[in-house]
Design a protein around this ligand. Structure first.
Ligand SMILES: *[C@@H]1O[C@H](CO)[C@@H](O)[C@H](O)[C@H]1NC(C)=O
Ligand SMILES: *[C@@H]1O[C@H](CO)[C@@H](O)[C@H](O)[C@H]1NC(C)=O
Ligand SMILES: *[C@@H]1O[C@H](CO)[C@@H](O)[C@H](O)[C@H]1NC(C)=O
Ligand SMILES: *[C@@H]1O[C@H](CO)[C@@H](O)[C@H](O)[C@H]1NC(C)=O
Length: 734
């Protein structure tokens, strides 16, 4: 019986809730002149709860003054006019007003109304911790023991008659301040009490964020079944779960952060971002001819390692080049040849090419602004900026970013293995870098999605309708004493344009140009520590890793002499160039001041790695790439890291030193990499192992010979009869 009663009560309760929701005649109003990103987010959040706001002022010119100072009276006048059409006797009608650009709904209208009724107020305004715009009015406010004391006019709810009374109490100019208007009425005790005006001190419904962002937490509860978790906002100071949140004033960025998770349903750990799948454009539904016209702007603002790889990836973007206008600003003389050779080979494939060279003396600011102008001039649909440090490894990047259909969206790029990326999760008060709570999770792709962030750079796509919509004087990279990208992002924030960074898939990575020293010959070779991944891509033989496989038998041209591919032609050419640029080849005499004892028994014409500042790099190469091969070939011998005091490039030349007499190496094992090609660069040469009467003469460029040093492998360098032979030698573990 008890159970039946409980069920009966429950059903009645549900019925009551439903009927009261229907009976309550609720009008939701907002004011928005422009369909900004913030406005769309507001509407999207409303839709989630089947709320249909009436938008006042749409398409009109804003008349409410500068909202960052005083203003907003126009909002009152618009609402006043809008309420004219309703009858005065509609006492049960409820009016809910919220701002739009910086507001999101987090709950059902029925719940909002229920909580409003529970307060017993006739009209309820949101509250905040600041008395604004007139701080001198603060003492007139009633004290509160808990929560926020002062009125905020960005969100309020009330019965129609009382709302009307308040709006019609006295006239207000469009440019006067709406918050001041409501404040003055609220502070009039008689009027306040007669109209039943209260403030939502404890944030039961309304959460104004300014000044209290720290008390807000995004909470989640696990789903009971296997579904995704549920997210909600919790005010940990008042222990409430507000239903509408307002990122007023400087807290706008905190709201952007919240809106990556709220309202519930935009993101969860199971599905990643759900919201980012709405409004996607499917390019494959269209013929390529109809695809958006792209303005691709490349910027070389600093000397950058691995620029060849950068251009290679630009060239490999899966997008018809005859839909792309190409713009290149190169500020670096050092890279002039790289740019020219890219344009010579691929330039003609693009719709057009515009080049700004170092000698033109154009600043980064001017060049970036110019590229936006050019994009407009060419009637582009999207603008894609890529800086030289941004390696777009995923060839579908451009296409995916277009399909994402956002005003501004960056592919997340990270220095491999580091927390250094092309976006900031948060900002300090003065607009510099700050870390958000979820920054590490995003950077390391523990969380995947499309994230609204306050700063992006290095590579991003802009929907070119922005260039039409906003004054180009406002949408500029140019600001005094500020980096171009910081100025630009600040302008986007001021215009309420959202910047997203996507890590839904892997797009690429960032180059670290911090230590790049172009005074060296072959500066890329020195980047083995800072840009390991790119170094490997450029310099390690493409078949190297297959040879680590224990199943793969190494070639053995002579007993216990093993042969494996390790480095690329680019490596070999670079190493030769490093040595020849340095040029101080040893004399080939026994006296050698570079050695500790000052004496070399079997001298060659050579240059040591430390003479060109490349010793630590070479030792790292030995440790990372040679050692694993050694462990596979000479089973059971381990020494990590390998030691080597003698690391050098030898030059064999008929009129200098064409050969080397038989000798033992003072090493546990020796490696010998052929840096150039027999039959092409030189004739003769090779290595002869006397004990086995066996020679290796058909050495292959980039391949390494590895053999034991002492006792068994007595060997000699065979005569080079023509040209020059270069080899790279190390005596490992002497
Ligand atoms: C709205 O758009 C107009 C141009 O249509 C612009 O002048 C104004 O600054 C914009 N206002 C906001 C709040 O973005
Ligand atoms: C792209 O986004 C806009 C809103 O920003 C929307 O109006 C449009 O329908 C979207 N395009 C597609 C194909 O969904
Ligand atoms: C650019 O934005 C406009 C307006 O939201 C949208 O209609 C259009 O589809 C977008 N274009 C591209 C290429 O994303
Ligand atoms: C060494 O090998 C060559 C052929 O490769 C052969 O002509 C010669 O007789 C061999 N010498 C000895 C000492 O076995």
């Amino acid at each position: 019986m008890k159970q039946n009663t409980a069920i009966f009560l429950l059903i009645t309760l549900i019925k009551l809730t439903i009927t009261s929701a229907i009976k309550d005649d609720i009008l939701v109003f907002t004011v928005a002149t422009n369909e900004t990103d913030g406005f769309e987010r507001y509407i999207d959040s409303a839709k989630k709860f089947s709320i249909t706001p009436i938008v006042l002022g749409k398409g009109e010119k804003w008349k409410g003054g500068d909202m960052r100072r005083l203003g907003g009276g126009w909002k009152i006048n618009l609402l006043k006019a809008a309420l004219e059409q309703y009858h005065d006797n509609e006492n049960e009608k409820i009016v809910l007003f919220t701002d739009a650009y910086d507001v999101i709904f987090l709950g059902q209208l029925g719940e909002i109304v229920q909580r409003f009724k529970n307060t017993g107020a006739q009209v309820l305004f949101g509250a905040e911790p600041f008395c604004w715009p007139n701080v001198e009015l603060a003492p007139q406010y009633p004290e509160v023991s808990k929560g926020q004391r002062f009125l905020n006019s960005g969100m309020y709810i009330g019965y129609f008659p009382q709302i009307k009374n308040i709006l019609n109490k006295k006239p207000i100019e469009d440019t006067e301040d709406d918050q001041l208007y409501f404040t003055q009425l609220y502070l009039d005790k008689d009027f306040r009490e007669s109209q039943g005006i209260k403030l939502d001190h404890l944030n039961e419904i309304f959460q104004n964020m300014n000044g209290v962002s720290d008390t807000l937490e995004i909470k989640s509860v696990e789903s009971k079944e296997s579904g995704p978790e549920t997210y909600f906002l919790k005010n940990i100071e008042t222990s409430t779960e507000p239903l509408i949140v307002h990122g007023n004033g400087p807290s706008k960025l905190n709201l952007n952060y919240l809106s990556n998770y709220l309202p519930n349903g935009v993101w969860n750990s199971l599905d990643g971002c759900v919201q980012c799948k709405t409004n996607e454009i499917r390019l494959d539904k269209f013929k390529q001819k109809q695809w958006p016209l792209v303005y691709l702007a490349l910027f070389i603002e600093m000397n950058t390692p691995f620029l060849e790889g950068f251009f290679k990836k630009i060239n490999q973007l899966e997008y018809p080049k005859d839909k792309i206008h190409l713009f290149i600003h190169n500020a670096m003389k050092f890279h002039s040849d790289d740019v020219s050779s890219f344009i010579d080979v691929h330039g003609h494939q693009y719709l057009s090419v515009k080049q700004i060279r170092p000698q033109d003396g154009t600043t980064e600011w001017a060049a970036r602004d110019l590229s936006l102008d050019q994009c407009s001039l060419k009637n582009c649909d999207v603008y894609f900026a890529v800086d030289s440090i941004a390696h777009i490894d995923n060839p579908f990047t451009l296409k995916l970013l277009i399909e994402q259909n956002r005003s501004v969206v960056a592919p997340m790029l990270v220095r491999p293995g580091k927390a250094w990326s092309n976006f900031w999760g948060s900002l300090t008060k003065d607009g510099f870098y700050a870390r958000s709570n979820d920054y590490m999770d995003i950077v390391f792709s523990q969380k995947k999605g499309l994230w609204n962030v306050p700063f992006i750079n290095s590579a991003y796509l802009i929907n070119a309708t922005l260039l039409k919509r906003y004054d180009r004087l406002k949408l500029t990279y140019n600001a005094p004493n500020v980096d171009a990208d910081m100025a630009f992002c600040r302008n986007l924030r001021d215009l309420d344009v959202f910047m997203y960074v996507s890590n839904r898939v892997e797009f690429g990575h960032l180059i670290n140009a911090d230590t790049y020293d172009i005074t060296r010959a072959e500066p890329d070779m020195y980047q083995i520590f800072e840009n390991e991944q790119d170094w490997e891509e450029a310099f390690i033989h493409p078949e190297y890793s297959e040879h680590l496989n224990p199943e793969m038998k190494e070639r053995q041209p002579c007993p216990d002499v093993y042969w494996s591919p390790v480095v690329t032609r680019k490596f070999c050419n670079a190493l030769i160039n490093m040595m020849e640029s340095y040029g101080k080849w040893s004399s080939g005499k026994n006296e050698d001041e570079r050695l500790e004892g000052g004496y070399e028994a079997v001298p060659t014409r050579d240059i040591h790695m430390n003479q060109v500042g490349w010793e630590s790099h070479w030792l790292h190469f030995l440790q990372k790439y040679v050692r694993p091969l050694q462990e596979k070939i000479f089973l059971g011998y381990y020494n990590d890291p390998p030691k080597s005091l003698m690391n050098f490039v030898v030059r064999y030349k008929p009129d200098e030193q064409p050969s080397l007499r038989p000798h033992h190496d003072s090493s546990t094992y020796t490696i010998n990499i052929a840096l150039n090609q027999v039959g092409v660069d030189y004739e003769g040469g090779g290595c002869h192992f006397l004990r086995y009467n066996c020679s290796v003469t058909d050495t292959q460029l980039g391949w390494m010979l590895m053999h034991p040093g002492r006792l068994t492998h007595y060997h000699e360098g065979l005569i080079v009869t023509k040209g020059i032979r270069y080899i790279m030698v190390s005596f490992v573990d002497p």
